[in-house]
Design a protein around this ligand. Sequence first.
Ligand code: C2E
Ligand code: CA
Ligand code: CA
Length: 927
Amino acid sequence: MKSILSSATGSAEEISALIEVLHRTGQRLEELTAGEVDAVADVSGQTFLLRGAQETARFRDASRQAAVLNALPALIALVDTQGVIVSVNEAWRDFSAWRVFEGAGHAIGANYLSICDGAQGEGSDFARRAGQGIRSVLSGAQRIFSVEYSCPTATTRRWFLLRVTPLPGECPNGAVIMHLDITAERETQENLRISDARFRQMAENILDVFFLRSFDSSHVYYVSPAYRRIWGRTCESLYENPASWAESIHPEDRQAVATVFRDDGKIGFDCEYRMIRPNGEIRWIHVRGFPILDATGHPYRTAGIATDITARKESDDKLRRLNRVHAVLSGINSLIVRVLDRDALLNEVCRIAVKAGAFKMAWIGAIVPETLDGKVVASFGGERGYVNDVRLTAREGKAQSAEPACRALRQSRPVICNDIGSDASVAARRDELLSRGHRSVGFFPLTVAGRPAAVLALWAGEADVFDAEETQLLLELAGNISFALDHLEKSEKLNYVAFYDVLTGLANRRLFLERVTQYMRGASRGQGKLAVCVIDLVRFKDINDTFGQPEGDSLLKQVAQWLTRNLGDVNLLARVGTDRFAVVLPEVENEESVARLLEGAMKVFLEQDFTLKESPCRVAAKVGVALFPDDGTDADSLFRNAESALKKAKASTERYLFYAQKMTETVAGRLVLEYQLRHALEKDEFVLHYQPKLDLLSGRITGAEALIRWNDPRTGLVPPGRFIPILEETGLILEVGRWALRQAVAEHLRWRNAGLDAVRIAVNVSPMQLRHRDFLAEIEAAIGVDANAAAGLELEITESLIMEDMKRTIGTLQAIREMGVTIAIDDFGTGFSSLSYLARLPTDTLKIDRSFVTDMIGGHNGILLVSAIVNLAHSLKLNVVAEGVETEDQAELLRVLTCDEMQGFLFSKALPGEVFETRFLQGVGPR
Ligand code: C2E
Ligand code: CA
Ligand code: CA
């Protein structure tokens, strides 16, 4: 009895069982009431007269059981075969809010069937059904009648279980009627159902795979439907065969995954690996698992999430590879200018391809023009024995003619094999190549004087290295090597004199122009410029006339040596006339930097003592400068323009002149400018203009970039390109930058306080500011004025700057973000190399540099690059803004590439604060 009691609180069966036991005893007691009485007892309002000790004891049992019944939360009544209520428990009696069975007479003696039949109001239908149910139990037609129903109470709706069970006996002799309140149970069930549905909805709609499995992986309890999409296998197949998860891991990655799991399984693991779908396709997967511990702290299940990161991996890989090829290209371009010996050139090409290009092996095979047969003449990264065995021919019909290298030579076009494992053309040597770790190879023909002369073979350890873009770059590379070979061949034939100045040993004009052409190829792919300077010695003719030609020659030699020493690279220098030298500066940032360089160099030159007739003398020089690409797109016109600038300089008081007049003016006006800028801040002459950024999909304004202008009282608004470099050089940027920060914060707060929909303002931060030790304190001070200030500020930091000092910058940016200020990486894409670090950078937004947006329309490459950047950024959960959007076409393309926001003249240029405010900010009412 006790055990039933303790567990009987909710279960309908257990309550019924109790009642039956009790009732059986109760029946016997009723029979006894007619006879002799030994005791009187009161049970639930009924009086029982007891006779004899045995009966009294029995009754004591019965009354105990009745007490139990009364303790039960259910409403319980016993009815006889006619439906007359013969006994009820306290709950039945007390339940005053009983609304289903309206009317009086729930007490003993009332006929429950009549109550049901006569019920009125909302519950009457149910009452009649209940009546039928009770009848069917009483007649023995049905064993148990059980139904759930709801009924309104004064405040809420409650749920009940009605259960009717027969009293035991040969023939039907009554029934137990029980109403059990199951509202709480129902609610729990409902809540469970809702939360389960929520979980499923989430699990089934996210793009990642959720899974729950046993710790030893032998059972899978749950896997979300994304599994089917990513793995290409049904969820059922995984439930049936949990091992198929591990079997789908790329064989080369299994070892690594197993190690991670072994080492980190108990604390959770995080790994990336390749998965092979049933159709052979490879996907990159990122899996994170978390152990679920039992009460003793042992893991018994693993919950986890798996993400398909193929797109990120691919764009990552692609950028890394293209980067590599760019590195090879620029390395080889500068090599070509320096090297004068063919073998040295070819060996160096192979070395750079392996070292900078990360190819496994590179070799170049050359053929003899007369026989069209040949062998490997330069190599790097390969095994000697193997490359020595390679035999080449450009003829048809020989044993090796079908080899891909020979085909490339014969057909003068690249031959690519992107998977050595499956390509038929290398079938004969497949096993050997694979065992050496080669997975793909490209053969690029090199031509001399328009005929195939050699072939460059590049071997890589990964498959699919040579896609269209990479092949294009490598073709360009092959073109450049061919150019160099051509040049070398010619120069071998021609006399030294044709290219060199005999007096000084420097290159002559002809060789100089060829070198400039070569450097121009390198410069045209980057952002940088190239400068050609022509230097003329002042009054050299007088010296020659006065001291004689040998002395003049001696002076020229001294000047040549000085120039060589100071430039550090003789290949940049030439003697191009009697007293005329030329210098090419292959990588200059802008005209300013050239001017600065010239100023410095000329000062030193002027102070240099040369020797003339054994006594010291000083020489002055004039210089003309032309810049590529601005002042000419070929070496010849560039050189002529530099000469014409020199001519002007000689006729003027200037020591040097740029071909484009305005540059010289800029430089000349610099000192004045510097002076004026020093006072501009005090005189309150700086202003911030605001350029809106907008959401590409909704067209909503999402923010503004603050762009500084100098309101020069003499000339009007001056754009930042004209004065920021000077502020930086003079250190004034620190003060001006601080002003800009405070100004932007003040503007944001003003918008806010005016009840406008104030957007976040992005402020550009100069490298110097970021490096300054007080920078964090300055931001704190700027946003300290108001609790809302931090949320109104973003800092734009250029990518190249971050690269300079990653570790420190990360710390600084982290601290800034913790203050609630967001970070955007500006001019993204211009400092290529930083991509791999991006994941570690505490940042919110990437701003794709304008040059990419511009390039996007012209060609395929541009689109690929932007799309790669967007993908990468999104995989790192960064917001992407495209800068400098000028046309509807660009905006549309960016939308297609899922770029988030844009900024540019298409929508609006930067505007004064009040114009920005009236045009773009709407009131949102007082805050
Ligand atoms: P940025 O940060 O890349 O700013 C974007 C520049 O692109 C702005 O030039 C803007 O007017 C211009 N721009 C915007 N949309 C278009 C477009 O569709 N087409 C074209 N062609 N240009 C567009 P701005 O105002 O001359 O500023 C030049 C640079 O000066 C800025 O480049 C930024 O690096 C610097 N700068 C501006 N304000 C500040 C400042 O307060 N502090 C610092 N340290 N640098 C600043
Ligand atoms: Ca910016
Ligand atoms: Ca920018």
